[in-house]
Design a protein around this ligand. Structure first.
Ligand code: SF4
Ligand SMILES: [Zn+2]
Ligand SMILES: [Zn+2]
Length: 396
């Protein structure tokens, strides 16, 4: 059979017939980290693949194995969710995903039906699944795409987001970093002491919050899933970063010019959001960002995947235990000690007071980083990406 593997893309041939579990073992692929797709449909570990089958092994990270019958209707399942000890047919898997999102929204009182939501869409599986779910559930939700300027990867991502918006007749806003702020993410490699992913994350958060506030949205939604949140929690605990631990929650209330932030997918693994997209026919970017090497969260994901592989449910127990039993009691208190919030002297967005020098006008982290990137690019003699239409200090 012909087996397509990803990241990097390659084709290998395996003699069939053989069941999915055997193929994965032969190729030394951790079943927790992939979906297996044959003839456009998800298949489980017991499914037997013919010698002439064409198969895709799609990396998603997380998940598992289990019985091959849907736990709700007993028909043939298309996916196992090992931490729930359940398998689902396509229809009941979609029900499962919706019920997890329903629980998340209700439990944290994330949003009401009359509020306007802006969802950050990157073209990846999580954000497109989230936009689709919220639209299906009847919420008033529009999308925001932030153009990072990462070559063909960004071009493809933007096209997929535009296609989705057109197909659903949904409103899409776009912010292009180079046009709005004068730099793109590849330019951030000019900085020596900050990773591109660090600059990227800061830039996306800034552009997203600014767009939400300026366009009058009540709530900002992001596609952070269970794997993302557990990996972030592990990183913050390993460093005992108490300010970040205090802010780690599926729902952060609005304050001081920052919109309410919600993460309705925090109860769903990456494998589940990827499967949701495949079942719903949502096209998303499967390729990894070419600048991912600087992303430290991936290391924590790998560590948790290994634990999950041997003990399904560990990741969920780790995150949910923190949220339910530790955060409010031991860490949330530090949020109220967050210090005074003022307007950034350059862009007007909210920022903390400079602790070391109260006399100096405050400059937000984004404006400071942006200036460093622009100076570093100029020092390197590289052309500045594109002339920017408005500086960070100009009104929207
Ligand atoms: S991998 Fe890093 S640079 Fe690429 S989109 Fe993610 S955060 Fe940005
Ligand atoms: Zn079923
Ligand atoms: Zn600023």
């Amino acid at each position: 059979m012909e087996v397509k593997l990803r990241n990097p893309d390659r084709i290998v041939h395996v003699r069939g017939p053989m069941n999915v579990a055997g193929v994965l073992q032969r190729l030394d692929v951790n079943p927790e980290t992939v979906l297996v797709i044959s003839n456009g449909e998800l298949v489980t570990k017991d499914h037997v693949l013919a010698d002439d089958a064409r198969v895709e092994i799609r990396p998603v990270i997380s998940g598992g194995a289990g019985p091959a019958r849907c736990h709700a209707c007993s028909c043939t399942s298309v996916i196992e969710v090992r931490r729930h000890r359940s398998s689902y047919c396509a229809e009941h898997f979609i029900d499962h995903v919706r019920s997890q999102v329903r629980y998340a929204i209700d439990h944290y009182r994330m949003v009401s039906y009359d509020e306007r939501i802006l969802v950050a869409v990157s073209g990846g599986k999580d954000s497109l699944a989230l936009w689709d779910l919220l639209l299906d559930m009847g919420y008033r939700v529009d999308g925001l795409y932030v153009g990072l300027g990462i070559g063909s990867y960004s071009d493809r991502s933007e096209q997929l987001v535009r296609d989705f918006a057109a197909r659903c007749d949904a409103t899409l806003h776009t912010v292009d970093l180079a046009t709005e702020y004068g730099y793109d993410i590849p330019a951030a490699t000019a900085l020596r002491r900050r990773s591109s992913c660090g600059v990227c994350g800061l830039s996306k958060r800034y552009a997203f919050n600014r767009a939400a506030v300026e366009r009058g949205y009540d709530v900002m939604a992001t596609g952070h899933n269970l794997d993302d949140e557990a990996a972030t929690l592990l990183g913050n605990i390993l460093r005992w970063n108490t300010p970040l631990l205090s802010r780690q929650s599926p729902c952060l209330p609005a304050h001081d010019g920052l919109s309410r932030k919600i993460k309705p997918l925090y109860r769903l693994g990456e494998r589940e959001t990827a499967a949701y997209c495949v079942i719903k026919g949502l096209d998303y970017v499967v390729d990894e960002c070419p600048m991912v090497a600087g992303n430290t969260v991936l290391r924590y994901k790998d560590a948790l995947n290994e634990l999950e592989r041997h003990s399904p449910g560990t990741r969920a127990a780790f995150l949910f235990g923190y949220l339910e039993r530790a955060r409010d009691e031991h860490f949330a208190v530090t949020a109220s000690r967050g210090g005074q919030v003022v307007s950034c002297g350059r862009c007007g967005q909210p920022t903390g007071v400079n602790e070391r020098d109260h006399a100096r006008p405050a400059t937000c982290a984004f404006c400071r980083t942006r200036e460093r990137v622009l100076v570093a690019v100029a020092d390197r003699g590289a052309p500045v990406v594109r002339e920017h239409a408005r500086g960070a200090g100009a009104p929207a």
